[in-house]
Design a protein around this ligand. Structure first.
Ligand SMILES: O=C(O)c1ccc[n+]([C@@H]2O[C@H](COP(=O)([O-])O)[C@@H](O)[C@H]2O)c1
Ligand SMILES: Cc1cc2nc[nH]c2cc1C
Length: 358
């Protein structure tokens, strides 16, 4: 197989259809509901219309939650609030239906797919369809070593691309993207700081389990050290993911890029999906046109990344649990926008005046 170059995606990814967007805007102007009365839901419906290439917009009928899972060596520095190697427990809770995203998915009837890219557990413990894509057991400790070898990074990106193709081929019409990744906010924040040229202290947040001040300082130092390792490879997104990303982050990046190629819209969740989106944007500048930001997760790095991509989050309810929960909470808004755009009646056409007689 030829070596993958993420920059090649730039030519493969088009923008959502601008002609369709104009048609959708014109239809909106003909509705009886006054302009502006539906707030942001108007532009949301027009965006979905353009992504689908359809006016009136079709309802989102086959959404799916896709969660990439992996452990991160940096969690061993006690920067997470969860035990290192704890991703298996998160995966288990999703599969058992006891985690927040599983509860919400059940209530809303949205199927959930977990993809193990780099969980650090015995593969026998997980169902075959979850574990079959795994690239390695846990990713390297990015403050002192590469997360992945170059071969593993490529394998992980290709795995994400393959999952995007499987979803598009099976008729998924919108993806709710999330992550299960103990320690994952550290590589995510590192990627964002590296690509935005900011300091570790600016991007370091409290993560999933809410760490104390000492753990915050350890995390900030780990990001500072990882940033030093990131700088020499900033020009090559695959090398960057290998140096300071991880198997799940590389897979998520490949997933986002191939989803855009396949014209499949995605709702992003928190800082991990935002970091992968930013890496993907570096490779293909049109890609963010296919994404929505579901929510503000409270991580400073996420806000920075979304700002860079000009994506404004739909919700802000202080949900910091990750695992796609914030993005799934935003799905009903998107579905409401689609219903308004498709089902609200248009004003009757003005009566035709008889032609003047002379
Ligand atoms: O994505 C976010 O912004 C986010 C913020 C806080 C926590 N999380 C979740 O918490 C985990 C990572 O947090 P941490 O502190 O272990 O790096 C991972 O499973 C995420 O889904 C995610
Ligand atoms: C208006 C709009 C513009 C966007 N650009 C990228 N994602 C988007 C989503 C919406 C809703």
């Amino acid at each position: 197989m030829s070596r993958l170059n993420l920059d090649d995606f730039s030519d493969l990814i088009e923008r959502p259809d601008s002609g369709t967007r104009r048609d959708a805007e014109e239809r909106r102007e003909r509705l009886t509901v006054p302009p502006g009365a539906l707030g942001r839901l108007d532009e949301l419906g027009e965006w979905l219309s353009a992504a689908q290439g359809a006016v009136p917009v079709r309802p989102v009928e086959r959404p799916r939650v896709v969660l990439f899972a992996g452990d991160h060596g940096v969690a061993g520095l006690d920067v997470s609030g969860r035990p290192a190697g704890g991703t298996y427990e998160l995966v288990r809770a999703v599969l058992d239906g006891s985690s927040p995203v599983a509860v919400l998915a059940r209530r809303t009837g949205v199927p959930v797919r977990v993809v193990d890219a780099g969980v650090d557990c015995d593969p026998e413990l997980l169902p075959a369809d979850v574990v079959r894509h795994r690239v390695r057991r846990g990713s390297g400790r990015i403050d002192v070593e590469d997360a992945l070898t170059p071969e593993e990074a490529e394998q992980a990106v290709r795995l994400g691309m393959a999952v995007a193709d499987e979803e598009a081929d099976s008729g998924t019409d919108l993806v709710v993207l999330g992550d299960l990744s103990v320690g994952g906010t550290t590589p995510a924040s590192t990627l964002i700081a590296a690509l935005c040229g900011t300091d570790a202290s600016v991007v370091t947040g409290r993560g999933g389990a809410g760490i104390d001040d000492l753990a915050w300082m350890r995390k900030c130092a780990a990001i500072r050290d990882a940033l030093r390792r990131a700088r020499p490879v900033l020009g090559d997104q695959l090398e960057l993911l290998a140096a300071v990303g991880g198997a799940d982050l590389a897979a998520t990046t490949g997933f986002l890029l191939q989803s855009a190629v396949r014209r499949m819209p995605v709702i992003l969740d928190g800082v991990v999906s935002a970091a992968c989106a930013l890496v993907a944007q570096r490779a293909a500048f049109r890609a963010p046109d296919w994404w929505l930001a579901g929510q503000v997760s409270g991580e400073p790095a996420q806000a920075k990344a979304l700002d860079r991509m000009a994506l404004s989050p739909l919700l802000d309810h202080g949900v910091t649990v990750g695992e796609g929960t914030g993005a799934l909470l935003a799905l009903p808004l998107v579905q409401a926008a689609a219903a308004f755009a498709a089902e609200l009646p248009e004003k009757p056409l003005p009566e035709q005046r008889p032609a003047d007689e002379d």
